[in-house]
Design a protein around this ligand. Structure first.
Ligand SMILES: [Fe+2]
Ligand SMILES: [Fe+2]
Length: 551
């Protein structure tokens, strides 16, 4: 049995723009909002042209932010493709409606059930109405629940027979498990329903196909740090319950990270979490899975390479999407040592306000100049011993900048299959530097495990450099067997911690006659800059974003 899995399709209606959306600067979000409809149609066309299956599972976040206009457009597309022969099975999630009650993260517009639209200057100003959770119940019933074997009414979860051998358990996990931090998950009653449905399916001899929106297993260690509330609430308990009740493979989304992880329950059962990157993200992709007769699952990644309904000016769609997602980060880092207003425009997209940029521009600029000048050769000088590289081995890359290497790691965090392979000098330099940091932390007696839940910085950084686990793109998953473990990556050691601390302390003592007055002057400058800020009269509202090429 074959089927497609896609997630986070985030359709944003073109009706939410008062001006031509295609002229809008798109280096602002992770998602291709302007072209979301075209990308969805392109993906549906691929499935329609595939003679092996007509089924697609969509695991939530159907619209950008729950705009009624976006839902209307999407439902039309669903209807159109259903008539053409597609079988679309969905659940909705948190981006498909607006809560009407106040949560820690809700903005004023959210309390009113509104999302944003764009005005003639391409700034989001025009508020537009959003769906309420209850609206979704009837709208999306034709896409799974209408033909459900069983339904958990409250959560809109359902079971559905994909064919005579395979039963789908579609879980909607938008239940607010913790009001304070808006953490989503399942309630006890829903969890009992899932257990019951899994057992019924097993008794009836059906193989279980299961999906939910939020990740159950952390897609990358760093995600636990930056998005701990984005992982499903009570995830380890849930992983145990699912694995022990015959749900050994689950498809998830939400993180926009393309990744496959597995977990072994206390009773020795396995749970594979197959997380799929956003269809409208970077790169734009979905999965095709094949439930084979021998019980294994052949998982393949389908990257959407082209966009027949839109002129990509000679680029492939992944190149085009990459430009949207990482172009902003690249430009922002470049402008950090360049133009203040340009930097403020980019920084505004990651919630650093223009006023803050203007006030502390001299600090931003100093950091920017340092970062943009930093070469791999310079870092090598710090970690020569730890990296175990000879100057000859570093020579070909010594003048390369560090920033693109960091960006490569960020990019692969989302795209999957991080590939700074251990045979690359860059790998040794990254891990050599990390070894110094780890030695410094342990010399200082800092309990990292207690602080952030990790034994070392290495645990976080190593997977960002190289994926030594399951191939995130194409893999054969055996739900009852652990994957064959690859040999461990080379390890790096450092004993510079003591030396660094001694030099720091000595440095501070020796430089204190200069350092103390400088610190006083600096603090005074910070205070006074608020009063005598030369950029005080700069507009707090930024000029409209302009595509650099179009300037
Ligand atoms: Fe999403
Ligand atoms: Fe989400």
């Amino acid at each position: 049995m074959k089927l497609y899995v896609m997630t986070d399709i985030h359709l944003y209606s073109k009706r939410n723009w008062l001006a031509d959306p295609y002229k809008w600067e798109r280096k602002a979000t992770q998602m291709q909002m302007r072209e979301s409809e075209e990308i969805i149609r392109e993906a549906f066309d691929i499935i329609l042209n595939d003679t092996e299956t007509d089924t697609v599972l969509i695991t939530g976040d159907l619209t950008d932010n729950g705009e009624i206009s976006s839902h209307e457009d999407l439902l039309k597309i669903f209807e159109e493709y259903t008539q053409k022969g597609l079988r679309i099975l969905v659940t909705t999630s948190t981006h498909d409606y607006r809560e009407l009650k106040k949560t820690k993260y809700s903005k004023v517009d959210q309390n009113k059930g509104l999302s944003y639209g764009y005005d003639e200057n391409y700034e989001y100003k025009r508020f537009i109405p959003c769906a309420k959770r209850e609206d979704l119940r009837a709208w999306y019933a034709p896409y799974g629940r209408d033909k459900a074997i069983s339904e958990h009414v409250d959560s809109m979860s359902y079971t559905y027979d994909l064919d005579e051998k395979h039963r789908l358990i579609a879980i909607n996990d938008d239940y607010i498990a913790n009001e304070k931090n808006n953490h989503r998950g399942l309630n006890e009653e829903q969890l009992n329903w899932i257990i019951e449905q899994a057992n019924v399916a097993t008794q009836e001899g059906k193989k279980i196909v299961c999906f939910t929106h939020h990740p159950i297993l952390t897609p990358s260690p760093i995600y636990k740090l930056i998005g701990s509330h984005d992982i499903i609430a009570d995830n380890i308990r849930l992983a145990n319950v699912l694995a022990d009740n015959g749900i050994n493979v689950i498809y998830t989304g939400h993180s926009h990270i393309h990744d496959i992880e597995y977990y072994k329950s206390e009773n020795g059962n396995l749970l594979y979490d197959i997380s799929t990157g956003a269809l409208v993200g970077s790169p734009p992709l979905m999965r095709k899975v094949d439930y084979l007769e021998d019980g294994t699952i052949d998982v393949k990644t389908i990257v959407i390479n082209d966009l027949s309904r839109f002129d990509l000016e000679g680029k492939t769609l992944p190149e085009y999407c990459r430009e949207g997602f990482f172009g902003m980060i690249e430009d922002m880092v470049n402008e950090m040592s360049g133009d203040m207003v340009n930097f403020a425009i980019y920084a505004n997209s990651i919630s650093i306000r223009p006023w803050t940029v203007y006030q502390f521009w001299w600090i931003f600029k100093a950091v920017g100049i340092f970062l943009n000048k930093l070469t791999i050769g310079k870092v090598y000088k710090w970690c020569k011993k730890e990296s175990r590289l000879t100057p000859d081995e570093v020579a070909p890359i010594k003048d390369e900048k560090v920033v693109p290497l960091i960006l490569e790691m960020v990019e692969k965090l989302y795209a999957g299959n991080a590939d700074i392979t251990p045979d690359r000098a860059e790998f040794n330099i990254i891990m050599g530097t990390v070894a110094i940091i780890d030695d410094l932390i342990s010399t200082l007696g800092i309990n990292l495990k207690k602080l952030i839940g990790f034994e070392s910085v290495k645990e976080i950084v190593e997977p960002l450099a190289y994926n030594n686990g399951i191939d995130d793109y194409n893999a054969i998953i055996n739900p009852s067997e652990e994957p064959i473990k690859k040999p461990p990556l080379p390890s790096f050691k450092s004993n510079k911690g003591v030396g660094i601390i001694i030099s720091l302390v000595l440095g501070i003592i020796l430089a204190s006659p200069i350092l103390i007055p400088s610190a006083l002057v600096l603090s005074l400058l910070i205070v006074l800059r608020g009063v005598f800020n030369p950029y005080k009269n700069y507009k707090k509202v930024l000029p409209p974003r302009v595509d650099k090429k179009k300037k």
